[in-house]
Design a protein around this ligand. Structure first.
Ligand code: NDP
Length: 419
């Protein structure tokens, strides 16, 4: 018997909730909550016909700790799964702390308003100290370590695909394949085609912020920062074919650099087509990616939020997206004194995901591990007090559940390396 509160009912949330409903032995009851209760009700109506999980819904503004605390006290969940936006991470963590309830998310904190002077002062200090300029980093959530430990509760951070599955792949490689991992290249290939000239596969605001920012990688104990899209490589992905991919900053680099002992280099590459990049550059050049409010005909608007309203809703891409994703990690290192390299990866088909849960593969590949991480925390198979990323736990039960819940993985023991 367990009770889960899920914050959010967007693309990723609906897959995570769908998967919880397939695992109703673990998730006997769940409550779906966001600011728009009608969306949560629609999801409940769709799912309650096909599951034994008892579903309720609620309205909550997760920017308000008080509203969250009131809802948690009323519903009394065993854990809260945050699949809203990274902007809400800290208020939800604060509420979990106050109510002594476990916390799980898929993306690390970043502020909605990057012009906020209080945040900006801390951000600029961090840029100077650490050497990367992404708006998001783990410091805000790692700062809760002692508080969560003292409260006897778990925070599991980044239980999506990347971060999430890629981090579990790293723990699994270290446990079963290597004595020492020297390099990790995380490859995120989306070979899907939705037929629109321009659309993003998950929340446009978060997605465009991420890919228009400077790139960076970890090498020999420090960060090396690059201009956006400065480093380009080609790679031949099983199930997709040859694709251009670009080096990005990504959040799991920060936690893996801390948790994989002796790792010398960690890079993250994502594939993009030329049309996507040209559209993005053009939108950036005219100011449409800006997060700073402007005054338009007497009303304050944030350009990137206005752009979000114009772009196709990522949740609507499901029926029209064809093709596959191939996401995984190439590891090099040593085993029994010998050089070794492997690629651990998953190939996921957009249309298969749509048939199963009504979503495209990006929401699917994030929502499935969000459910798995939550299941492991709620069932106490992963049970540590404090704030942790997924690679800090035993990877084996997570890897087994990936196979069971629709993200089977493979190991290529002779992959082509990225130069
Ligand atoms: P969507 O924009 O589709 O959904 C966001 C949801 O959050 C909506 O249901 C929205 O509902 C809810 N929400 C937003 N603000 C609030 C608020 N103040 N209070 C309560 N609910 C709120 O986003 P996605 O589903 O595409 O992405 C969800 C998360 O997954 C993001 O954090 C994203 O970064 C992460 N992600 C992680 C990946 C990984 O591999 N680790 C990959 C892809 C995404 P409403 O408007 O009704 O409040």
């Amino acid at each position: 018997m367990s009770r889960l509160l899920v914050i959010g009912c967007g693309g990723v949330a609906s897959v995570a909730i769908h998967k919880c409903c397939q695992n109703s032995k673990t998730f006997t009851e769940l409550c779906i909550a966001s600011r728009t209760k009608s969306k949560c009700d629609a999801l409940k109506e769709k799912l309650e016909k096909i599951t034994d999980t008892v579903i309720t819904t609620a309205k909550v503004d997760a920017d308000s700790k008080d509203e969250l605390v009131a809802l948690i006290n009323e519903y009394k969940p065993d854990a809260v799964l945050n699949v809203a936006l990274p902007y809400q991470d800290l208020t939800i963590m604060d509420a979990c702390l106050e109510c002594k309830v476990d916390y799980i998310d898929t993306a690390n904190y970043e502020p909605e308003d990057t012009d906020d002077p209080e945040w900006r002062a801390i951000y600029e200090k961090r840029c100077a100290e650490k050497g990367f300029t992404a708006y998001f980093d783990y410091s805000w959530q790692w700062a809760y370590q002692e508080k969560f430990k003292a409260a006897g509760i778990t925070a599991l951070l980044g239980s999506g695909f990347d971060p999430g599955v890629t981090s579990v792949f790293s723990a699994y490689a270290l446990k079963h394949y290597f004595d020492e991992i020297e390099t990790i290249d995380i490859l995120d290939c989306n070979g899907g085609d939705h037929g629109y000239p321009f659309a993003t596969n998950f929340n446009p605001e978060i997605n465009l912020r991420e890919v228009s920012a400077n790139g960076s990688y970890w090498e020999n104990g420090h960060w090396v920062e690059t201009k956006p899209m400065e480093i380009k490589r080609e790679y031949n992905f099983e199930g997709v074919g040859m694709k251009d991919m670009y080096l990005l900053h990504h959040e799991e680099i920060e936690s893996l650099a801390k948790n994989i002992p002796g790792v010398k280099r960690i890079r993250f590459f994502m594939t993009f087509g030329q049309s996507y990049l040209t559209h993005m550059k053009c939108l950036e050049n005219v100011g449409m990616l800006s997060t700073s409010p402007i005054n338009f005909e007497g009303k304050e608007i944030v350009p990137i939020q206005f752009l979000k309203a114009l772009l196709p809703d990522p949740a609507s891409l499901g029926p029209r997206t064809v093709g596959k994703t191939n996401i995984g990690c190439i590891f090099t290192g040593k085993k029994d004194g010998k050089e070794k390299k492997i690629y651990i990866y998953n190939v996921c088909d957009h249309q298969e995901c749509y048939k199963e849960v009504g979503s495209q593969a990006i929401s699917f590949t994030t929502g499935v591990p969000a459910m798995i991480g939550t299941a492991l925390v709620i069932s106490k198979k992963w049970d540590r007090d404090g704030v942790f990323t997924v690679e800090e736990f035993d990877p084996d039960p997570f890897m087994e559940m990936l196979n069971e819940y629709g993200l089977p993985w493979k190991v290529d023991e002779d992959p082509v390396l990225v130069d």
